[in-house]
Write a protein that binds this ligand. Structure first.
Ligand code: UD1
Ligand code: CA
Length: 452
């Protein structure tokens, strides 16, 4: 049986009070829409149609290849929204899973169960419900004396007795396709001037067909985001969920309450993460690392057994056994090879530091390559910018850059060369040569005993 998903994302999201479309607000670093798309894909849907409307172009861009978009204009309610997918899906699918893109916590496995339940059901629809003390404006699930579902009543239209009902409509349904398209044509206009998808439930009951309800075990999955207060709630639940999964996978979080790991970050076993650490974007961390406290890693790849203490790492790549911090800053294009040690107040951008390079204190390395085993003395700066252009610096292997050296790019420093403390190097330095002074001059050729 083929199943298509229809994700509703056309609404205005007025209560967010934002210029960003609601479904693009991030939860754990990814748009709510991303979470919703992931869940329907995990549920194994053959096709995914996203109904867009308000700020349609921005939302369409965020959907990308993860689904097809249809535009709902004007937005006349959730029933009307689903109807927009009919032209694409008519005759193409047996079941239609409908959910909203503002429910980032709904799990793929829950949607799978919903689909399975409808496959095994004779009636036209299976819906998801939740039992909750706080109704949060959700539609109420009205059951008859026989406990069968009779209708969904929206809060605004509910009688006081109905308002007291604590079984709520989550807003996820699996319909038999043929029945759905036909029923949507019969949905009446609501007192609010909208066509409610929820009214299809009463239509089924009127026809004498049975409506099946599946109740969520984990009520947090039903958190829908209508305001920024809900957004923070969703964020907290998602963070807990992500952290728990990493812990179960063998990562130690000293204090999970103060550890912020975005969706999609991968972390190897036996890595220990200290509080106030943020792992964001497209980031991977290897095994046996020590991260934090007070560390931010974004869009970076960190190899096994690295230590990153109180540092900021963005767009960087650390191979194995790299040690950085406290107070190091790696910017985009920083590539630190195996065994690099970078201490306090260093900054590296668009540069390669070869295996075993040491850069202990107060240095800036930009647009440079540094060969294996080289020592960058305290206060060294690659003067890579002349006010208009960036220029490269190439430093060889086993070089010793003396403290407070200014390397005025473009510049090459040969293997095993040395610079004296405070030199300002403006000309290329041949291998095995010691340069000193301002501007730096070669004063002698180095023998191997000079270096030992
Ligand atoms: C809806 C349900 C309610 C349920 C709740 C769960 C209806 C009438 N009510 O209420 O029973 O408890 O979800 O979260 O369905 N949308 C469109 N086009 C429209 C209107 C809405 O695409 O014309 C989209 C919105 O972008 C949103 C979703 O549908 O993603 C739900 O709409 P929203 O206005 O948030 O409905 P609720 O009031 O939350
Ligand atoms: Ca909603």
């Amino acid at each position: 049986m083929k199943t298509a998903a229809v994700l509703l994302a056309a609404g205005r999201g007025t209560r967010m009070k934002s210029s960003l479309p609601k479904v693009l607000h991030p939860v754990a670093g990814r748009p709510m829409l991303w979470h919703a798309l992931r869940a329907v894909h995990e549920a194994g849907c053959d096709r995914v149609v996203v109904v867009v409307g308000h700020e349609a172009e921005k939302v369409r861009e965020a959907v990308g290849a993860a689904g097809q978009c249809v535009v709902q204009e004007p937005q006349l309610g959730t029933g009307h929204a689903v109807q927009q997918a009919e032209a694409l899906l008519q005759g193409e699918t047996d079941l239609v899973l409908v959910t909203a893109a503002d429910m980032p916590l709904l799990r793929g496995e829950t949607l799978s169960r919903l689909i399975e339940a409808q496959r095994a059901h004779k009636g036209p629809v299976t819906m998801l419900t939740v039992l909750a003390d706080d109704p949060r404006g959700f539609g109420r699930v009205v059951r008859g004396e026989d406990r069968r579902v009779q209708a969904i009543v929206e809060e605004a239209q509910a009688t006081p007795e109905q308002r007291a009902i604590r079984e709520l409509n989550v807003g996820a349904y699996c319909f038999s396709a043929g029945w759905l398209w036909e029923a949507l044509r019969r949905v009446p206009l609501s007192p609010k001037g909208e066509y409610y998808l929820t009214d299809t439930i009463a239509l089924a009951v009127e026809e004498g067909l049975s409506v099946q309800a599946l109740t969520l075990e984990d009520a947090s999955e039903a958190i829908g985001v209508n305001t920024r207060v809900h957004l923070a709630e969703a964020e907290a639940v998602m963070r807990k969920r992500i952290n728990r999964q990493h812990m179960l996978n063998g990562v130690t979080l000293i204090n999970p309450e103060a550890t912020y790991i975005e969706a999609g970050v991968a972390i190897g076993r036996d890595t220990v993460i200290w509080p106030n650490t943020f792992l964001q974007g497209d980031t991977t961390v290897g095994e046996g690392c020590m991260l934090g406290p007070n560390t931010l890693v974004r869009d970076s790849h960190i190899g096994d057994r690295c230590t990153v203490l109180a540092s900021v790492v963005e767009g960087a790549h650390l191979e194995e056994d790299v040690e950085i911090g406290p107070f190091a800053r790696l910017r985009k294009g920083a590539h630190l090879a195996r065994g690099v040690h970078m201490g306090n107040f260093g900054e590296v951008k668009d540069s390669y530091l070869g295996p075993g390079v040491k850069m202990g204190h107060f240095s800036y390395i930009g647009n440079a390559t540094v060969g294996a085993g080289t020592n960058i003395g305290a206060g060294t700066i690659t003067c890579n910018y002349d006010g208009e252009k960036k220029h490269p610096t190439e430093i060889g292997e086993d070089v010793f850059i003396g403290s407070d050296t200014m390397l005025v790019a473009p510049l090459k420093v040969g293997d095993r060369a040395r610079t004296g403390a405070g030199s300002v190097v403006t000309k290329d330095v041949p291998p095995d040569t010691l340069v000193v002074g301002v501007p730096a001059r070669a004063i002698r050729k180095l023998e191997s005993r000079d270096r030992d």
